[in-house]
Each structure stands twice: as C-alpha cells, then as structure tokens.
Design a protein around this ligand. Structure first.
Ligand code: PMP
Length: 306
C-alpha cells in the first residue's frame, strides 16, 4: 500500500506525496505518452540494495529515445535521484517507479511541443502475484488478445500505452478465473504476460521466446538466463508454439514485480506435476539468495544504498 506521508521526486525536487499532481489536460493523460520503469530494492543481509539499477535507468532512456522524449537529466542523475528517493522515504524493501511523460501545454496528438516531466516514487510492495504464488505457482490462461505486432507499438519501449494491451489481457484472464494472462504474438507464437516474461523447462533445458520481436526484454529475464548459464542449464531463445506450454515439464514467469513465479497450469491444463518444478525452485532460490545478499553477487547487480 502507498504510504501517503512519503516524498516523491518531481522534476528534481522532493514534494509531499499529496502534492505530486499534474494537470488533467496533460498530454500523457489523453494519449498514454509516458515511459517508465519498475525497479526493486531489497533489504539484504548487508543493507538495502537496488537490483540492476543502471540497466533499468538505461532502459528508461532507451524507451524515451524511441518516442523522441528528451528526459532532461543524465542516467547518473536519475540513478542518484532513485537512491535519494529510497533514502528520503526510509525504505528498506521497496518497489521504485520512475516515469517520464509529456506534460501540460496543448492537446494535439503531435507531442513535441509539450514539456517533459520526470517523477520517481517508491513504496513497499510485496509479492505481485500473491504470497502463495512464489511457492505454489499461478494458473494462467492464453489470452485472445495478442501482444502488439512490431510495426504497431514498439515492444522494446516500456511505454504507458503498451499497458492498455496488458490490461485487456489481464482483465480477460481474471474474469476467466486465472491469475495471469499469457499472450501470443502476431505470428501466433508465445510472447509474454501482462507484466512478465515466460520461461519453459523441457528435458532439463530452458526455453523462452526470442527477445527482439514482440516482447519487453526483461531485466529479470536476463538475470535468470545468466544464472541458468552459471548453473550449466542451457537457455534456448526461440519461437514457442502454444501447445509447447502444455507439454512443458515446468513453467515460470519473471519480472521485477513478479520476481520468479512458478506456473502450475495453463488453460486449465496441469503443467508437470502441478507444483513448483525442480529447476524453477533452483533458479528461484539462487535469485532470492543473490538479491537477499545471502550469496555472492558475482555479476555486480546490487547497488547498496549506504
Ligand atoms: N514484460 C512486460 C510487459 C512487463 O511489464 C515487464 C515488467 N517490467 C516484464 C516483461 C519484465 O521485465 P523486467 O524483468 O525488466 O521487470
């Protein structure tokens, strides 16, 4: 839940939570013109640390570049501002949401006359798909909504407007009794969830859809792929047909919010034995040990706050 006594970084200054407002005629409100990030800070054994901070901030700037948004700060300045936001709010374990958007001036679709606003907020946010999900897994359903084709909305940008597509898929899946949606891409092969990437385990190897065409190439996806390689588990990036989901030995989803969440069924079909799989558990444990400071951060993923 939000702690409304907190401070929000708003165009370079900290303001009170309730004063972090924009005008209703801001461009972003009407046309979804924003780019944003989701980042986690973990309360590790050695103090609070932000996971893969620089990669997230670089992706924010890349998202901005795709939409010709000039974020009027450097990557270093935004990294520092994120650290300050966590500190000012005395947070240890939190979710951080930096967002840059087209602000208030005029309302033509043409965006380049509107100013850019940049905001960073942070709050405590537990397990995205529920406390139980990390251990027992979630039930997902293939959505009738497809992920955007590459020449419609660019999937490499983490842009607000993309989440209208995500919302359609998520609402449909929840109304059908599932916890999360999995979308197919414009070819009809597996793409991603409403806010997560997907991995399958088959005969001891990992499979995940190729990054470049129809999905957000997640930073957690990258972390898991690296950890798998460290553990000698082969990672195959390839086109995945829907039915390969049903035949997988194990499935899990990855994301900053969802972390590493096992999938126990797809479209009501049990995956493997319907419980968290062995390889899923191994990767999950490794991931949580690293972000928790229990195991050595060999890849240098943690930025300590103090
Ligand atoms: N796909 C979508 C659509 C997402 O919203 C997210 C969450 N940012 C991801 C994948 C996973 O990305 P990451 O691991 O970088 O959080």
């Amino acid at each position: 839940a939000f702690d409304e006594t907190g401070k929000i970084w708003f165009n370079g200054e900290f303001v009170n939570w309730k004063d972090a407002n924009i005008h209703v005629l801001s461009h972003v409100v009407h046309y979804g013109s924003s780019v944003f990030e989701g980042i986690r800070c973990y309360n590790t054994k050695k103090g609070s640390a932000i996971l893969r901070l620089r990669e997230h901030v670089e992706r924010l700037f890349n998202s901005g570049k795709i939409y010709r948004m000039e974020i009027p700060y450097t990557v270093d300045e935004i990294c520092d501002a994120i650290i300050e936001t966590v500190k000012v709010n005395n947070l240890k374990d939190c979710y951080i949401r930096p967002i840059a958007f087209r602000g208030y001036r005029e309302l033509g679709v043409y965006p380049l006359n509107c100013p850019m606003d940049t905001v960073i907020a942070a709050w405590e946010w537990g397990k995205y798909l529920g406390d139980d999900a990390i251990e027992n897994g979630v039930d997902i359903g293939v959505s009738t909504w497809r992920r955007m084709a590459p020449n419609t909305l660019p999937n490499m940008a983490k842009a607000g407007a993309n989440y209208m597509n995500s919302q359609l898929a998520k609402m449909e899946s929840v109304s059908n009794g599932f916890d999360e949606a999995i979308m197919l891409d414009y070819h009809g092969t597996v793409s991603e969830g409403s806010g997560e990437n997907i991995f399958l385990v088959k005969d001891g190897e990992l499979y995940t859809p190729h990054a470049s065409l129809s999905l957000l190439s997640g930073i957690t996806r990258d972390s898991i792929a690296k950890l798998a390689q460290d553990m000698g588990i082969k990672v195959n990036e390839e086109a995945i047909p829907r039915e390969m989901l049903y035949l997988a030995d194990e499935i899990f989803m990855t994301g900053t919010a969802a972390e590493v969440t096992p999938v126990r069924s797809v479209d009501g079909i049990k995956i493997g034995n319907g419980k968290r799989g062995e390889i899923t558990e191994k990767l999950q444990t490794k991931f949580f040990n690293i972000v928790g400071g229990v195991e050595e951060d060999e890849h240098g993923w943690l930025t300590f706050i103090e």
